[in-house]
Design a protein around this ligand. Structure first.
Ligand code: 0A1
Ligand code: ZN
Length: 879
């Protein structure tokens, strides 16, 4: 008989209480072993002012085999302390004391990858959010900040490298072939920033000279075979360090900065003080193994973790509800950095596309939550696109409202006030407001409101008065009846028949065509534009100035005008996307009504203009010529028409290819690589455009066009071109697909990160036999549910990105993903909880598909021994 577990209880933001005790110092000693690891911890504890004398000290723990506990050097006996599976309680321990505990843990059995675990034979840690309690008894909460001193002991031959946070202060040999290293971190930190690594690793070294003249040693640690894939990560780190000094006046504070690449990692990377741990995917790159997008991903994640040193580590979160304080802000900072390193427009388009596809969907489904959640059951479930990406949008809006200089003043005040503290989102907003003497009260509602607000716009031109009146209205998110009024920055411009129009807003002395930021704070507001020479088309939400859904009455011709002539690259792209969306939704309706399909000639003409535009770089062209994805299109239908959308998009893709065959072929032929692969802007642009042209051409199915892909696949000296060609061949199907896949596998099967691409490309395919192939791949000898990257490359890509095949009407896609979720949940609940989110949008589909997904959700919910992480997601989905 198994006992039913009590339902896990949510934790509420409103219930926050400061801790009764705090810990000033932590001395740790790790005896790392093959079977058992012993952790000795000595905590210097202080009772907080205001805590009653007799208050018990309750430490967190999870999966710890308790060995002993001593108070001020005296071993406690039974009855003097109490142990449960999740706590160690010392009744009335005193006002100031040391507490020494010994526990045993088994890192080799830790497949959750939280706490101390093993990856590729090495020891490593992941403590955010609540992993430190899986290492030792502790007050495992971010508002307890302590100084750490750590001794790591291990077998010297197996684990020659021993790392922890801070500075290495001693090393030496021990009996029995063992050795040790001692690390001291001078900065107080919360436990979630603790890290330790022991293993057989090689160092790729570098240096950074800070602006105050200190030399910082940089070390990238990888498995020996990967030492030739570290140069890009090091360059990215150096660039990020320089950038943070220049843009935010932030200098690095220790003498050493280490990054370790780990093969088994639940997330992207982790900003542990002075010792970042990274998913190997965000460190390792060589031209033949990593794509241009991988190079960009590495640059931005390296920067993200580095920027956390100030936004996250020096100033941290008071409690986990404040997560966006560090994550929204750090994503925002890494975006500014990426924009400065490459093309701001391309970066912005990519971010908005991801926001709309993923965050807007989350915000309108069962997991919708404010960027600062009000409650959670499993904190790990709240490392979401809402907290991160919408959180970054919220920071971006404040910068838009304050201006670049005002934002910088606010940041400076934030660091000045709160360095060394654990604070809240309100503290951050107060620093920005106080530094600028502005009121951000109404703006604060962005932190508590759920859903994507709707902004409606209407404009009227008065030719006699040469004036244009724009009325903006804010409405609650779709499906919600009420919402508080938000403070929304709306960036606007006007575009006339011959290009940008100048105008004057009330209070302005001279007309100009520059973008202006209107501040919408009421339900409805009108803005008057004077000196407008011709009837304009309004270009709204330039640069995507607010994370809202925009509704404006604009004809297809208006959109085509913006697509051709909007001076704001983002809005130009966005107009094209809206036009493309309309065209595709109309086609999908035609499919459903069994009407003959024809691609709108005006849309084809607009695309032809983009192809021919000499002023657009290759990356922007490729983005402009990419049709909206099926998930995005589905968001604009009352019930997602899975099959019709797929058919409509495939049709449009081929029709566009046929219409633009000659110019696309000319592009392909004129952009052949000259010389070796180089990772530089012009080259990236060239490859982006050329590979887009190839995808269109191969879709035509003509043997000589398919042969182009085959030959590119064989000849490419880099992964960008090789992967792009392989993707085309997979879509094409037939013997070419099989041959290319076999060759790719033969060449790369020993290289995990590249092999992940092989799985992911097949899982993403729009080909009608994808489900059968994914089912077979799940039994492939190289497939492995224990490795998160591998599991995500097949199950994650299939469930989250392949709308058409995952939602096949026979329900087999749903069953496949549910099977894998359950299998993964048995060892890694965090990963399972992420994958099960594929079912979240189930209410958006037709009755048959709803029933099929509901059946799977109920099957998962009824599974005995389900983790609380997965339980929280499925319970919310079914509620
Ligand atoms: N703070 C990291 C993200 C992260 C969160 C949780 C993790 O394990 C559960 C790991 C990493 C970041 O923002 O990069
Ligand atoms: Zn982060």
């Amino acid at each position: 008989m198994t006992e039913a577990k009590p339902a896990p209880q949510p934790i509420f933001r409103k219930d926050y209480r400061r801790p009764d005790y705090t810990i000033d110092r932590v001395d740790l000693r790790f005896e790392l072993g093959e079977d058992v690891t012993r952790v000795h911890a000595t905590l210097t504890v202080r009772r907080m002012d205001g805590t009653p004398e007799g208050a018990p000290l309750v430490l967190d723990g999870e999966n710890l085999a308790h060995v002993s506990v001593a108070l001020d050097g005296r071993e406690l006996s039974a009855g003097e302390y109490f142990v449960t599976p999740t706590s160690l309680t010392i009744p009335a321990p005193g006002a100031g004391f040391t507490l020494a505990t010994v526990v045993e843990i088994k890192p080799q059995d830790n497949l959750e990858l939280s706490g101390l675990y093993r990856s590729s034979g090495n020891f490593c840690t992941q403590c955010e959010a609540e992993g430190f309690r899986r290492i030792t008894w502790f007050l495992d909460r971010p508002d307890v900040m302590a100084r750490y001193s750590v001794v790591v002991e291990a077998d010297k031959a197996k684990y020659p490298v021993l790392l922890a946070n801070g500075n290495r202060v001693a090393t030496g040999d021990l009996d029995g072939g063992r050795h040790f290293a001692r690390w001291d971190d001078p900065f107080p930190k919360p436990s979630y920033l603790f890290a330790l690594v022991a293993g057989d690793l090689r160092c790729f070294p570098g240096e950074f000279l800070t602006r105050s003249g200190r030399t910082v040693r940089l070390e990238i640690w990888v498995e020996p075979d990967n030492i030739d894939r570290c140069a890009h990560a090091l360059r990215s780190l150096q660039a990020a360090m320089r950038w943070d000094e220049e843009k935010f006046g932030r200098e690095y504070d220790l003498d050493i900065y280490m990054i370790v690449a780990v093969s088994d990692f639940n997330m992207g990377a982790m900003e542990n003080k002075g010792l970042n741990l990274f998913n190997a995917k965000y460190v390792l790159a060589r031209p033949d193994t990593a794509t241009d997008d991988d190079y960009d991903g590495i640059e931005s994640v390296i920067a993200h973790e580095y920027f956390h040193n100030w936004t996250g580590n020096r100033v941290t979160c008071r409690d986990w509800f404040q997560l966006t304080l560090k994550e929204g802000l750090t994503v925002f900072r890494d975006r500014l950095f990426s924009a400065d390193m490459g093309s701001p427009a391309v970066a912005r388009i990519g971010d908005v596309l991801a926001l709309r596809t993923n965050q807007f969907a989350e915000d309108s489904g069962p997991m919708a939550h404010p960027i600062r959640p009000e409650s959670y059951i499993e904190m790990n479930n709240f490392y979401t696109t809402t907290v991160y990406e919408k959180g970054a949008e919220v920071i971006g809006m404040m910068r838009t409202l304050l201006g670049e200089a005002g934002f910088r003043r606010g940041m400076d005040l934030y660091f000045e006030r709160h360095d060394g503290q654990a604070v809240t989102c309100d503290d951050f907003r107060a620093a920005l407001a106080d530094a600028n003497g502005v009121d951000l009260e109404q703006f604060g509602r962005w932190y508590s409101q759920v859903g994507t607000p709707v902004v409606r716009a209407r404009g009227e031109y008065d030719a006699d008065a040469r004036s244009y009146t724009l009325t903006l209205e804010q409405a609650p998110p779709r499906g919600r009846t009420s919402a508080e009024l938000l403070h929304i920055p709306v960036a606007v411009g006007l575009v006339g028949p011959d290009g940008p129009l100048s105008f004057k807003l009330s209070g302005e002395t001279a007309a100009s065509a520059d973008t202006r930021v209107l501040e919408l704070r009421e339900r409805s507001q009108s803005f008057r534009f004077d000196d407008v020479a011709a009837a304009p088309v309004v270009s709204l939400l330039r640069g995507f100035s607010a994370p809202v859904e925009l509704e404006v009455e604009r004809s297809d011709a208006d959109l085509a005008r913006l697509m051709a002539a909007d001076p704001d690259s983002f809005s130009r792209w966005d107009a094209g996307q809206e036009l493309g969306r309309r065209v595709l939704l109309r086609l999908a309706a035609d499919v459903e009504a069994r009407r003959p399909l024809a691609l709108d000639p005006a849309f084809v003409a607009a695309c032809a203009e983009i192809v021919a535009d000499p002023g657009l770089d290759g990356s922007l062209k490729a983005l402009a010529l990419t049709l909206p994805n099926e998930r995005l299109l589905g968001q604009h239908q009352p019930v997602v028409a899975v099959d019709a959308l797929h058919e409509a998009r495939e049709f449009a893709f081929k029709a566009l290819a046929a219409a633009l065959r000659e110019p696309l072929l000319a592009i392909y032929q004129s952009t052949a690589p000259q010389g070796q692969y180089r990772i530089e802007r012009a080259e990236v642009d060239r490859r982006k455009l050329r590979n887009l042209a190839l995808a269109y051409l191969v879709a035509l199915g003509e043997p000589e066009l398919v042969a182009l892909a085959m030959s590119q696949f064989h000849l490419a000296d880099n992964m960008t071109d090789s992967e792009a060609a392989l993707a085309c061949l997979i879509e094409h199907g037939g013997p070419e697909r099989d041959a290319a896949l076999a060759e790719f596998h033969r060449r790369w099967h020993k290289d995990p990160l590249v092999l992940d691409k092989w799985f992911a490309l097949q899982a993403a395919s729009g080909h009608p036999d994808t489900l059968e192939r994914v089912t077979a791949l799940a039994d492939h000898p190289d497939f492995n549910l224990l490795n998160p990257n591998r599991a995500r490359s097949l199950v994650g890509v299939f469930g989250m990105r392949n709308q058409h095949q995952f939602h096949r009407k026979d329900g087999r896609g749903h069953a496949l993903v549910a099977d894998k979720v359950l299998a993964i949940d048995a060892h890694n609940s965090q990963l399972a909880a992420r994958l099960v989110a594929a079912f979240n949008p189930w209410r958006r589909f037709d009755a048959t598909r709803q029933q099929s997904m509901r059946t799977q959700l109920e099957r998962i919910a009824g599974h005995s021994g389900l983790s609380k992480a997965v339980r929280e997601i499925v319970d919310r989905a079914l509620a």
